[in-house]
Design a protein around this ligand. Structure first.
Ligand code: SF4
Length: 90
């Protein structure tokens, strides 16, 4: 693994989810989504996490406080534009 990749992904160790059951972020129920999103809102690396999931893109689970469905919707709405501007407008 290159040192650049290690530095780029260091934020994961700081995520609030690193101290809890990771299954919560991949559950399908609305209650679990709500609980995971509540934790994401307080997470110190939420923006890095969301940027990673949007740019990768990651198709499964809640990342940066958004479900895969919400991330897909933003990607679709953004089209060729930068999704970051669209998120800030919402
Ligand atoms: S934003 Fe949510 S999914 Fe991302 S690192 Fe933080 S707690 Fe984990």
């Amino acid at each position: 693994m290159s040192s650049t990749l290690v530095v780029e992904q260091d934020w994961r160790a700081l995520g609030a989810c690193s101290k809890t059951d990771p299954d919560l972020w991949f559950a399908v129920g609305a209650m679990e989504h709500k609980q995971a999103k509540r934790i994401c809102r307080e997470c110190p690396v939420q923006s890095q996490c969301l940027a990673y999931a949007m740019d990768a893109p990651v198709d499964h689970g809640i990342w940066g406080g958004l479900t895969e469905r919400e991330r897909r919707r933003f990607r679709r709405q953004a089209g060729a534009k930068d999704w970051r501007a669209l998120l800030q407008a919402n």
